[in-house]
Design a protein around this ligand. Structure first.
Ligand code: COA
Length: 470
């Protein structure tokens, strides 16, 4: 097992600074590890304690009898170097340093000392100034965030701690399943590139989302990102875009926010999807994590409300996605089933008088058509339909007639309480569904844009190879 792998798959974890007092960070991390169900060995380390949460406590890492793969360090900053030295001597592979009080407050010297000691022992360091790491496949919750993260396939790397913890809570409420959440903080040693290289190969991760303030080594980051996007989608929220924001970044994690335009251009060139808000980033991550990838073919909008169709069309056009006419075979199929005044252009407007069954039927027929590559289904709650019935029938017919989704389907259900309930029902069944048409359209655009970016990255690499070989 290499050191980065030890971060995700440690067989034993020591928590140095495991506190006896509930509510203190060092106590809550031990509790999260125990309560989330980590099966490896957990060793609390605290020279003043005999046991913590029923686990035997040790005075130091070196006094632990068995091997230790990972240490989580939760002692005040000035004590961290000696803890790292002790852990290094013990042969620990990776240290997760929660403590603040390093580069972000001008103590570069202390941060460098920690890394120097770790390197001397061949140990890697995550952090400092972080809330920890979560890896759901092995039930590792070495964080002081919420306990019960939902397992899934979104990997989330965050340079911000408190915001990261809050978003961890949000994924639980929004039922967004995660494979990993990694707080990366000051990035004294392990950086985004290390994590991307690992998660690219991780079978449990389908898409990665990074909250990024800045990178130290741009070339290294872009290379790792490009290799990553050739295989899986990568969504980045770049914070610190304004001058005032960049100043805030400097005092937060001590990073340089860099030039916004340069970042955006490089992101595109390496196939990264840049989200402008946290909501957008998680909306996209949800779609990528649930759906099969878009493999070309027409994108068709099916809607029972003209306005919703127009709003979605605008969002798609802003993302350079233009809608083509539906295939004739689909129009022939739908025409006899729809009111005479229904529009069979794209968006297909099945009108507000459509029944539950009629709406679901139109979506299913569109999904079945061979020339269709993706479907965006928009629904406005009316008195003649029931969104909860629509959600239920859609789920049943996708299962019975299509054997599950073979191509992307993104849904927006716009309306009152029943629509909100139905949004949750569809999401729970792996059909990405949003309460607003623009959000669904934006997620659709992200799926299609990723497939385009990926193709252009591939093409560029092939061209470069051609030049090099010529
Ligand atoms: N080895 C192991 N345990 C030690 C120790 C050592 N060398 N020295 C002290 N301890 C014990 C303490 O006795 C205490 O246990 P107790 O509560 O049972 O007495 C525990 O380790 C923690 O030490 P304490 O001095 O009480 O520190 P603290 O809990 O008040 O603060 C940090 C420690 C790391 C949480 C704090 O310094 C810090 O950095 N906080 C910010 C963390 C943060 O926000 N990170 C970024 C998140 S986004």
């Amino acid at each position: 097992m290499d050191n980065i792998e030890a971060l995700f798959k440690p067989e034993s974890i020591a928590i140095v600074g495991a506190s006896r007092t509930p509510g203190k960070i060092g106590h809550e991390i031990v509790r999260n590890l125990v309560e989330y169900g980590y099966r490896g060995k957990i060793y609390p380390v605290n020279p003043y304690a005999n046991e913590i949460l029923g686990l035997k406590a040790y005075p130091s890492v070196s006094s632990i009898p068995g091997k230790v793969d990972m240490v989580v360090v939760v002692v005040p900053a000035d004590k961290v170097p000696s803890v790292i030295e002790d852990a290094g001597r013990k042969g620990v592979k990776v240290a997760v340093v929660i403590s603040s009080g390093f580069k972000e407050v001008g103590r570069e010297d202390l941060e460098e000392e920690v890394v120097r000691i770790a390197r001397k022992h061949g140990m890697r360091v995550l952090g400092p100034n972080i809330f920890g790491i979560l890896y759901t496949p092995l039930r590792i919750n070495a964080t002081f965030g919420p306990t019960h993260a939902i397992p899934g396939s979104v990997g989330f790397i965050t340079q911000s701690g408190a915001l990261g913890i809050a978003l961890m809570g949000m994924t639980i409420v929004e039922k967004i399943g995660v494979s990993a959440i990694v707080s990366i903080g000051n990035k004294a040693d392990i950086d985004d590139a290390d994590l991307l290289n690992y998660l690219r190969e991780d079978a449990n991760t389908k898409v990665v989302l990074i909250y990024l303030e800045g990178v130290m080594d741009g070339r290294r980051f872009m290379e790792a990102a490009q290799n990553f996007t050739l295989r899986k989608p990568l969504i980045v929220i770049k914070a610190g875009k304004t001058q005032a924001g960049a100043k805030a970044v400097a005092s937060h994690t001590g990073s340089l926010a860099g030039n916004v335009a340069i970042y955006s251009t490089l992101f595109k060139e390496t196939g990264i999807l840049e989200a402008s808000t946290v909501e957008e980033a998680f909306d996209w991550a949800r779609a990528f994590s649930y759906l099969p990838s878009y493999k070309g073919g027409k994108l068709i909008i099916v809607t029972n409300g003209g306005g919703a169709g127009v709003l979605a069309t605008d969002v798609l056009a802003e993302n350079n996605i233009n809608l083509e006419e539906p295939p004739q075979s689909l129009r022939d199929k739908l025409r006899p089933k729809l009111p005479g005044f229904a529009s069979l252009k794209n968006p297909i407007d099945v009108t507000g008088m459509i029944s539950n069954e009629g709406y679901v039927d139109a979506v299913i027929e569109t999904l079945k058509n061979e020339s269709v590559g993706a479907v965006l289904a928009l629904y406005c709650e009316t008195a003649v339909t029931d969104p909860e019935v629509i959600a239920k029938e859609l789920i049943e017919r996708i299962e019975s007639e299509l054997g599950g989704l073979q191509k992307p389907l993104i849904v927006a259900l716009i309306g009152g309480q029943k629509s909100y309930n139905a949004v949750a029902t569809l999401n729970a069944k792996g059909i990405p569904t949003y309460p607003m048409p623009e959000r669904a359209a934006s997620a659709t655009a992200a799926l299609i844009t990723y497939s385009k970016l990926r193709e252009s990255v591939k093409l560029r690499i092939d061209e470069l190879r051609g030049i090099t070989n010529a």
